[in-house]
Write a protein that binds this ligand. Structure first.
Ligand code: DX5
Ligand code: ZN
Length: 217
Protein backbone atom coordinates (compact mmCIF):
# COMPACT_ATOMS: atom_id res chain seq x y z
CA UNK A 1 0.00 0.00 0.00
CA UNK A 2 1.19 3.54 -0.77
CA UNK A 3 2.68 5.30 2.24
CA UNK A 4 1.47 8.79 3.10
CA UNK A 5 3.80 11.32 4.74
CA UNK A 6 1.96 14.44 5.93
CA UNK A 7 4.25 17.50 5.83
CA UNK A 8 3.89 19.45 9.06
CA UNK A 9 4.92 22.60 7.19
CA UNK A 10 1.20 23.17 6.62
CA UNK A 11 0.16 22.19 10.17
CA UNK A 12 -0.94 24.67 12.85
CA UNK A 13 2.31 25.18 14.79
CA UNK A 14 0.43 26.53 17.80
CA UNK A 15 -0.88 22.97 18.32
CA UNK A 16 1.70 20.88 16.55
CA UNK A 17 1.45 17.89 18.89
CA UNK A 18 -2.29 17.55 18.38
CA UNK A 19 -1.88 17.95 14.62
CA UNK A 20 0.62 15.09 14.50
CA UNK A 21 -1.53 12.84 16.71
CA UNK A 22 -4.48 13.51 14.43
CA UNK A 23 -2.69 12.44 11.23
CA UNK A 24 -1.21 9.42 13.02
CA UNK A 25 -4.73 8.34 14.01
CA UNK A 26 -5.88 9.04 10.44
CA UNK A 27 -3.45 6.49 9.02
CA UNK A 28 -0.28 8.43 8.14
CA UNK A 29 2.91 6.37 7.73
CA UNK A 30 5.65 8.99 8.28
CA UNK A 31 5.77 12.52 9.67
CA UNK A 32 7.53 14.66 7.03
CA UNK A 33 9.61 17.42 8.62
CA UNK A 34 10.70 20.23 6.28
CA UNK A 35 13.88 21.90 7.47
CA UNK A 36 14.76 25.18 5.68
CA UNK A 37 17.68 27.49 6.37
CA UNK A 38 16.97 30.69 4.42
CA UNK A 39 20.04 30.00 2.24
CA UNK A 40 19.44 26.85 0.21
CA UNK A 41 15.78 27.89 0.00
CA UNK A 42 14.19 31.31 0.59
CA UNK A 43 12.40 30.33 3.81
CA UNK A 44 13.26 29.40 7.41
CA UNK A 45 11.30 26.71 9.21
CA UNK A 46 12.17 23.95 11.66
CA UNK A 47 15.32 23.17 13.66
CA UNK A 48 16.40 20.04 15.54
CA UNK A 49 14.65 21.17 18.75
CA UNK A 50 11.28 20.60 17.08
CA UNK A 51 12.33 17.07 16.09
CA UNK A 52 13.33 16.38 19.71
CA UNK A 53 9.99 17.75 20.93
CA UNK A 54 7.75 15.72 18.60
CA UNK A 55 9.59 12.39 18.63
CA UNK A 56 8.18 11.33 22.06
CA UNK A 57 4.59 12.16 21.15
CA UNK A 58 4.29 9.92 18.05
CA UNK A 59 5.04 6.34 17.05
CA UNK A 60 5.50 7.40 13.43
CA UNK A 61 9.01 7.62 11.95
CA UNK A 62 10.22 11.19 11.42
CA UNK A 63 11.15 11.72 7.75
CA UNK A 64 13.44 14.75 7.93
CA UNK A 65 13.91 16.65 4.65
CA UNK A 66 16.95 18.91 4.95
CA UNK A 67 16.74 21.90 2.60
CA UNK A 68 19.89 23.43 4.02
CA UNK A 69 23.46 24.22 3.06
CA UNK A 70 26.27 22.34 4.84
CA UNK A 71 23.99 19.51 6.02
CA UNK A 72 26.95 17.59 7.53
CA UNK A 73 27.15 20.15 10.34
CA UNK A 74 23.55 19.53 11.46
CA UNK A 75 23.10 15.80 10.75
CA UNK A 76 24.29 14.71 14.25
CA UNK A 77 21.62 16.92 15.88
CA UNK A 78 18.77 15.81 13.61
CA UNK A 79 19.86 12.17 13.98
CA UNK A 80 18.61 12.21 17.59
CA UNK A 81 14.98 12.28 16.44
CA UNK A 82 14.96 11.26 12.75
CA UNK A 83 14.34 7.80 11.29
CA UNK A 84 15.13 9.02 7.77
CA UNK A 85 17.23 12.04 6.78
CA UNK A 86 17.19 13.21 3.18
CA UNK A 87 19.76 15.63 1.77
CA UNK A 88 19.71 17.54 -1.50
CA UNK A 89 22.24 16.49 -4.13
CA UNK A 90 22.43 20.20 -5.03
CA UNK A 91 23.58 21.08 -1.48
CA UNK A 92 26.19 18.33 -1.02
CA UNK A 93 29.75 18.70 -2.26
CA UNK A 94 30.70 15.16 -1.18
CA UNK A 95 27.42 13.30 -1.50
CA UNK A 96 28.62 9.75 -0.67
CA UNK A 97 30.32 11.05 2.46
CA UNK A 98 27.18 12.84 3.63
CA UNK A 99 24.97 9.79 3.05
CA UNK A 100 27.47 7.60 4.90
CA UNK A 101 27.52 10.12 7.76
CA UNK A 102 23.73 9.80 8.10
CA UNK A 103 24.00 5.99 8.20
CA UNK A 104 26.81 6.15 10.75
CA UNK A 105 24.30 7.78 13.13
CA UNK A 106 21.90 4.84 12.75
CA UNK A 107 19.52 6.81 10.52
CA UNK A 108 18.31 5.81 7.04
CA UNK A 109 19.89 8.04 4.38
CA UNK A 110 17.90 9.48 1.50
CA UNK A 111 18.85 11.71 -1.42
CA UNK A 112 16.66 14.46 -2.93
CA UNK A 113 16.74 16.28 -6.26
CA UNK A 114 14.97 19.43 -7.39
CA UNK A 115 12.68 19.38 -10.45
CA UNK A 116 15.46 20.90 -12.62
CA UNK A 117 18.09 18.31 -11.68
CA UNK A 118 18.39 15.26 -13.94
CA UNK A 119 18.01 11.75 -12.52
CA UNK A 120 21.58 10.97 -13.69
CA UNK A 121 22.91 13.27 -10.92
CA UNK A 122 22.00 10.67 -8.27
CA UNK A 123 22.62 7.43 -10.19
CA UNK A 124 26.10 7.02 -8.60
CA UNK A 125 24.63 7.05 -5.06
CA UNK A 126 21.60 4.80 -5.51
CA UNK A 127 23.46 1.93 -3.82
CA UNK A 128 23.94 4.13 -0.72
CA UNK A 129 20.36 5.16 -0.01
CA UNK A 130 17.20 3.81 1.61
CA UNK A 131 15.05 6.46 -0.06
CA UNK A 132 15.06 8.68 -3.15
CA UNK A 133 12.97 11.84 -2.87
CA UNK A 134 11.94 13.52 -6.10
CA UNK A 135 10.72 17.10 -5.73
CA UNK A 136 7.70 17.96 -7.86
CA UNK A 137 7.92 21.65 -6.84
CA UNK A 138 10.94 23.88 -6.27
CA UNK A 139 11.47 23.57 -2.51
CA UNK A 140 10.77 26.43 -0.14
CA UNK A 141 7.04 26.63 0.39
CA UNK A 142 3.92 24.52 0.78
CA UNK A 143 0.92 24.88 -1.49
CA UNK A 144 2.70 25.08 -4.86
CA UNK A 145 1.55 23.35 -8.06
CA UNK A 146 2.80 19.89 -9.09
CA UNK A 147 5.37 20.07 -11.91
CA UNK A 148 4.29 17.21 -14.16
CA UNK A 149 7.54 17.23 -16.18
CA UNK A 150 9.13 15.38 -13.22
CA UNK A 151 6.98 12.27 -13.81
CA UNK A 152 9.37 10.59 -16.32
CA UNK A 153 12.10 10.85 -13.66
CA UNK A 154 10.00 8.72 -11.29
CA UNK A 155 9.83 5.99 -13.95
CA UNK A 156 13.56 6.32 -14.66
CA UNK A 157 14.56 5.93 -11.00
CA UNK A 158 12.17 2.98 -10.62
CA UNK A 159 13.69 1.34 -13.72
CA UNK A 160 17.24 1.75 -12.36
CA UNK A 161 16.11 0.33 -9.03
CA UNK A 162 14.91 -2.83 -10.81
CA UNK A 163 17.98 -3.10 -13.06
CA UNK A 164 20.35 -2.65 -10.12
CA UNK A 165 18.41 -5.00 -7.82
CA UNK A 166 17.98 -2.29 -5.15
CA UNK A 167 15.08 -1.72 -2.77
CA UNK A 168 15.08 1.97 -1.76
CA UNK A 169 11.71 3.71 -1.50
CA UNK A 170 10.73 6.40 -4.00
CA UNK A 171 9.06 9.40 -2.38
CA UNK A 172 7.39 12.35 -4.12
CA UNK A 173 7.12 15.82 -2.56
CA UNK A 174 5.28 18.91 -3.77
CA UNK A 175 1.76 19.54 -5.02
CA UNK A 176 0.61 16.01 -4.23
CA UNK A 177 -3.16 15.77 -3.85
CA UNK A 178 -6.01 13.48 -4.87
CA UNK A 179 -5.57 14.56 -8.51
CA UNK A 180 -1.79 14.15 -8.82
CA UNK A 181 -1.21 11.09 -6.59
CA UNK A 182 -2.24 8.53 -9.22
CA UNK A 183 0.38 9.44 -11.82
CA UNK A 184 3.11 9.26 -9.15
CA UNK A 185 2.32 5.73 -8.02
CA UNK A 186 1.59 4.56 -11.58
CA UNK A 187 5.21 5.48 -12.37
CA UNK A 188 6.75 3.79 -9.33
CA UNK A 189 6.34 6.04 -6.26
CA UNK A 190 5.97 4.31 -2.87
CA UNK A 191 5.65 7.30 -0.51
CA UNK A 192 3.67 10.51 -1.09
CA UNK A 193 4.34 13.67 0.91
CA UNK A 194 1.35 15.98 1.23
CA UNK A 195 1.18 19.20 3.23
CA UNK A 196 -1.63 21.50 2.17
CA UNK A 197 -3.76 18.66 0.76
CA UNK A 198 -3.95 17.21 4.30
CA UNK A 199 -3.51 20.01 6.83
CA UNK A 200 -5.65 22.56 4.97
CA UNK A 201 -8.60 20.16 5.21
CA UNK A 202 -10.72 19.96 8.36
CA UNK A 203 -11.15 16.19 8.03
CA UNK A 204 -7.59 14.83 7.88
CA UNK A 205 -8.68 11.20 7.68
CA UNK A 206 -10.83 11.92 4.66
CA UNK A 207 -7.96 13.84 3.06
CA UNK A 208 -5.48 10.97 3.58
CA UNK A 209 -8.01 8.39 2.38
CA UNK A 210 -8.69 10.40 -0.81
CA UNK A 211 -4.97 10.66 -1.66
CA UNK A 212 -4.46 6.96 -0.95
CA UNK A 213 -7.47 5.98 -3.02
CA UNK A 214 -6.12 7.99 -5.97
CA UNK A 215 -2.67 6.47 -5.43
CA UNK A 216 -4.02 2.90 -5.50
CA UNK A 217 -5.86 3.38 -8.82
C1 DX5 B 1 8.40 22.06 -0.09
C2 DX5 B 1 8.40 21.00 0.98
C3 DX5 B 1 7.20 20.15 0.95
C4 DX5 B 1 5.91 20.90 1.21
C5 DX5 B 1 4.83 20.21 0.48
O1 DX5 B 1 9.58 22.76 -0.07
O2 DX5 B 1 9.52 20.15 0.84
O3 DX5 B 1 7.30 19.02 1.81
O4 DX5 B 1 5.57 21.00 2.56
O5 DX5 B 1 3.68 20.97 0.55
P1 DX5 B 1 2.46 20.74 -0.44
O6 DX5 B 1 2.01 19.32 -0.27
O7 DX5 B 1 1.46 21.74 0.03
O8 DX5 B 1 2.97 21.00 -1.84
ZN1 ZN C 1 9.56 18.20 1.99
Amino acid sequence: MTKIAPSILSADFAKLGEEIKEVEKAGADYVHVDVMDGHFVPNITIGPLIGDAIKPITNLPLDVHLMIENPDVYIPQFAKSASIITVHQEACVHLHRTLQLIRSHGVKPGVVINPGTPAEAIKPVLTEVDLVLLMTVNPGFGGQSFIKEVVPKIAQIAAWRDEMGLSFEIEIDGGVNEETAAVCTANGADVLVAGSAIFNQSDRKKAIDLIRKSAEK
